[in-house]
Design a protein around this ligand. Structure first.
Ligand code: NAP
Length: 265
């Protein structure tokens, strides 16, 4: 009998927002390694292009890029149409682009709330609306929202971020039920603090507003995690890979917590 050497995600086209760095880049690499064609969305063309070149060189992957701000609905839809023309209809959508901001609630003005909700929630809504018809037509799809532990419980000084991530969990749950009979699954991955530039910025923010050193600021973040460490971006990518597998076909509407035991919902 001849061994089946076809990579498990061959023929799949995955779109990853915020795919140029951090968690998104790790997810793109993991999916490309398993044979998927990948499209990277982000605002900085040169960052996306550098990552695309690396992925095609190291994994022989077909990669497309689209420099676009996901809060611009028309531009996001147009970008996804261009990516579809380049690599076929996307059947994996990873809504990862996100921003964080911290401020006491009484100093969180409407502009900050709108910005967080625009990027962390509406960006995912626009991209999902652009790809879902193709998934329904294909009869297979995976929508994976990179939320946060802040989507499942509250933390001080990040009310807008918490609200946006809770909304993303609500979107995940409701859309999972709406698509339950279509072979399209919708799930969220909820990390604790991850070793990326976002956490570096959080540490810088703490040191600028308190008397803490960088080491003390890092220790205060790591203290949230019973394993006392930052999560690695590759760990998020591994969860996404599993959600894309056929073995995860019955997993939908779930929020998968990767936080070393910080939350036990
Ligand atoms: P990161 O290193 O700051 O990367 C964020 C990514 O999002 C970048 O690629 C960025 O690209 C993109 N992005 C931001 N705003 C965008 C916009 N308006 N349009 C298009 N792309 C945009 O952050 P990360 O740590 O990898 O975080 C990725 C996701 O995980 C976020 O949703 C975050 O909330 C979530 N998360 C992170 C942590 C953590 O501790 N790091 C924990 C839990 C959840 P450009 O700047 O080039 O546009």
């Amino acid at each position: 009998m001849q061994a089946n050497t076809k990579p498990p995600l061959a023929g799949r086209h995955a779109v990853i927002t915020g795919g140029g760095r951090g968690i998104g880049a790790a997810v793109a690499e993991a999916l490309a390694r398993l044979g998927a064609s990948v499209s990277l969305i982000g605002r900085k063309a040169e960052v996306l292009q550098a990552e695309a070149t690396r992925l095609s060189k190291e994994h022989g992957a077909k990669v497309a890029t689209a420099p676009v701000d996901v809060t611009d609905e028309a531009a996001a839809r147009k970008a996804i149409a261009t990516l579809r023309d380049a690599l076929g209809p996307p059947t994996i959508m990873v809504n990862n682009a996100g921003i964080a901001a911290s401020a006491p609630f009484l100093k969180s003005d409407a502009a900050l709330w709108r910005k967080l909700l625009d990027v962390d929630l509406m960006g995912a809504v626009y991209c999902t609306q652009a790809v879902l018809p193709g998934m329904l037509e294909a009869g297979w799809g995976r929508i994976i929202n990179i939320a946060s532990v802040a989507g499942l419980t509250g933390y001080p000084y990040i009310t807008a971020y918490c609200a946006a991530k809770h909304a993303m969990i609500g979107l995940t749950r409701a859309l999972a039920i709406e698509t339950a009979r279509t072979n399209v699954t919708v799930n969220a991955v909820c990390p604790g603090y991850v070793d990326t530039e976002m956490t570096v910025r959080t540490i810088a923010n703490i040191t600028s507003k308190t008397s803490h050193s960088s080491e003390e600021a890092l220790a205060s973040l790591v203290a949230h995690n019973p394993q006392r460490r930052l999560i690695q971006p590759t760990e998020i990518a591994d969860a996404v890979v599993w959600l894309c597998s056929d073995g995860a076909a019955s997993v939908t509407g779930q929020s998968i917590v990767l936080a070393g035991g910080e939350l036990m919902p």
